[in-house]
Ligand binder design. Structure first.
Ligand code: HEC
Length: 149
């Protein structure tokens, strides 16, 4: 009797496990097959490397700016925002090479917001600076949701 009960218990547990796997697996399969609906910019291999390096620099700049804010170094943070996120001639050139009007417009607006962030930071006003940072990061989120390389 005890053996039968143990047997039934083991079968139930393994069925449970099988169902649990079934619940997870379709998601996994789905994830692997899911198509990336973002618009491709069809960048050349060279542009891809260049763009990714710029992107990593943008992320580092955001990190450095937040770090400087925590140390109350707003003038330095402002300088960094203008230099690394602002609309420098190099960034303007890069945005114009994206080969997609909407992506170029988004990139240029993003870099303008980087200069606005620089202007907000130099005021030393935390609230205004965070609001400007949020606005800038909104462009990161929006562009990544819309475009891929
Ligand atoms: C105008 C469009 C645009 C804006 C604005 C933008 N990005 Fe990107 N970023 C891209 C594209 C396109 C890729 C490539 C994504 C892909 O192909 O999956 C990318 C990739 C990246 C990567 C991956 C780099 C790597 O080496 O893997 C990082 C990190 C990144 N972006 C950070 C940022 C940050 C931080 C911001 C804002 C401060 C930002 N990006 C703003 C378009 C943009």
């Amino acid at each position: 009797m005890i053996k039968t009960m143990m047997g039934a218990f083991i079968i139930m547990m393994s069925l449970n496990a099988a169902f649990a796997v079934d619940e997870i697996m379709p998601m996994k399969r789905h994830d692997m097959n899911v198509t990336d609906a973002r618009i491709s910019l069809h960048l050349s291999e060279r542009m891809k490397q260049h763009q990714m390096a710029d992107m990593r620099a943008h992320l580092a700049a955001i990190n450095d700016i937040v770090g400087l804010m925590t140390e109350n170094k707003f003038a330095e943070a402002s300088k960094l925002a203008h230099e690394k996120l602002g609309l420098t001639p190099e960034m303007q050139r890069m945005c114009n090479m994206l080969g997609n009007e909407k992506a170029t417009a988004m990139g240029l607006a993003f870099h303008r917001s980087g200069d606005e962030l620089g202007d907000a930071l130099v005021s030393g006003d935390v609230g205004r600076s965070l609001s400007a940072l949020h606005n800038t990061m909104q462009y990161c989120v929006e562009c990544h949701a819309t475009f891929r390389q």
